[in-house]
Design a protein around this ligand. Structure first.
Ligand code: GLA
Length: 418
């Protein structure tokens, strides 16, 4: 599936439903006590479901504290975005957050010189007050970017020099504002095309490529480094763990390194499913990236149970037009798959178990490579708030109950000690 066939560009906003309830019928969360950073302890919440035995929910961030950061993605679109039960999940399970939409180019600068900081700033404050690590996502992307970036006078394509200056200014302003508050930036997102051609970099035919040329990536990395000498800088993409796209990613990353792009690591998004679970390819890909001297991040992990997985766009027209961009900005529209891309309905116990097994296998691979993996971030935390809503991709269900997948991931770590 290719982006360039899309006629409609729209924006994905993350959240679908905000669960209003603090206590969903019969479910009570009891928070564990916090432990000093020097002596990581496994915090736990006790979830009591009516008619079911109480279950102790392992805190993944504590279990994996010595191996890598454990994260999720969301935004405070409003200050009261989350229920107490949801906040409890966030704080108990994760120690790093990625903004789902609020730091994308179209969110921060929908028109030239018009900056929207409020939603992004809220997340910065949340991470600071909860001692969580914040990741920046993303500085350069073909989607969710204001069309003005690429427009010159009289509707002509912008000149290369002007586009470079806009790129520089955007990156300097954003990275500069959050200097010291963000651990690492996804500098460029999804620059490689989906079509098969592993013998070249196969760069996506994006406006950035058209107006600047292939060096837009190196320039973006250099601008980010100028703005913050210490922040980590990543290349982020989906499906780069296997096949021709993996080969293209190696060519691209080698070129960036050769051109002096200050790149710290590569983000494998990890939008997988029960039918697309590239275990062996992932294992090899991590080794290949490590051999280039790069750190590896799993940046947008989800495993869908039903329908199509993958990181690609939904080509079908949206059921309803997007009402503006994220955070109320107006911007061009590229509709990511925001609704079920296949049959949807409640997940069966067998499917939930199969999902748990798939997550387990992925975490076994992450553990094998924990020397080079710095972070594993899920793209959300509960199914009803996911961009893959209806496909049951995450660790908590719509009622804030931990799914079998969470317990199987915990089991990977616990079994190491036996
Ligand atoms: C991509 C982007 C994310 C998000 C997801 C789906 O993977 O990197 O920011 O938009 O698509 O919502």
């Amino acid at each position: 599936m290719s982006y360039k066939n899309l006629s409609v560009r729209s924006v994905v906003n993350a959240a679908v439903h905000t669960l209003a309830a603090t206590s969903v019928a019969g479910v009570v969360f009891v928070s564990g006590c916090s432990s000093p950073a020097s002596t990581p302890r496994v915090k736990s919440a006790v979830q009591v479901s009516t008619g079911q035995p109480a279950q102790r929910i392992p805190a993944l961030k504590d279990l994996y504290a010595k191996d890598y950061l454990l994260g999720t993605a969301f935004d405070f679109r409003t200050p009261q975005e989350f229920s107490p039960a949801e906040l409890e999940i966030i704080k108990t399970q994760f120690n790093t957050i990625t903004p789902e939409n609020s730091m994308k180019p179209g969110s921060l600068q929908p028109a030239e010189g018009q900056w929207n900081w409020a939603v992004a700033d809220r997340l910065v404050e949340f991470c600071e007050s909860n001692k969580m690590t914040l990741i920046g996502h993303t500085l350069v992307w073909h989607a969710q970017t204001g069309a003005w970036m690429f427009e010159g006078e009289n509707g002509q394509p912008v000149k290369r020099e002007v586009a470079i200056e806009r790129l520089r200014k955007h990156i300097h302003t954003v990275v500069g504002r959050y200097k010291g508050k963000i651990k690492g930036w996804d500098v460029v997102n999804e620059a490689i095309a989906d079509s098969r051609n592993g013998s070249t970099e196969n760069l996506r035919n994006s406006p950035w490529l058209r107006v600047i040329g292939p060096d837009y990536l190196t320039l973006a990395f250099k601008f980010a480094r100028e703005a913050d000498p210490n922040v980590e800088l990543y290349y982020n993409d989906y499906n780069i763990e296997g096949g021709d796209k993996h080969k293209s990613s190696l060519l691209l990353l080698k070129r960036l390194i050769a051109e002096g792009a200050p790149i710290t690591g590569v983000g494998i998004q990890g939008h997988w499913s029960l039918t697309h679970k590239p275990f062996e390819e992932l294992d090899q890909a991590i080794q290949n990236y490590k051999a280039l001297g790069l750190k590896v991040m799993i940046t947008e992990l989800d495993v869908t149970i039903q329908g199509q997985g993958g990181g690609q766009l939904d080509q079908r027209p949206a059921t309803r037009p997007a009402a503006g961009g994220p955070n109320g900005t107006t911007q061009p529209t590229t509709r990511r798959a925001r609704r079920p891309m296949g049959p949807s309905g409640p997940a069966t116990p067998a499917q939930l178990q199969e999902q748990a097994e798939v997550y387990k296998r992925f975490f076994e691979i992450f553990q094998k490579h924990k020397d080079v993996i710095e972070r594993v971030t899920f793209w959300g935390f509960k199914d009803s708030r996911s961009w893959r809503q209806g496909q049951h991709p995450l660790l908590f269900n719509d009622n804030d109950q931990a799914k079998p997948a969470l317990f199987s991931i915990a089991e990977v770590k616990k079994s190491e000690g036996r």
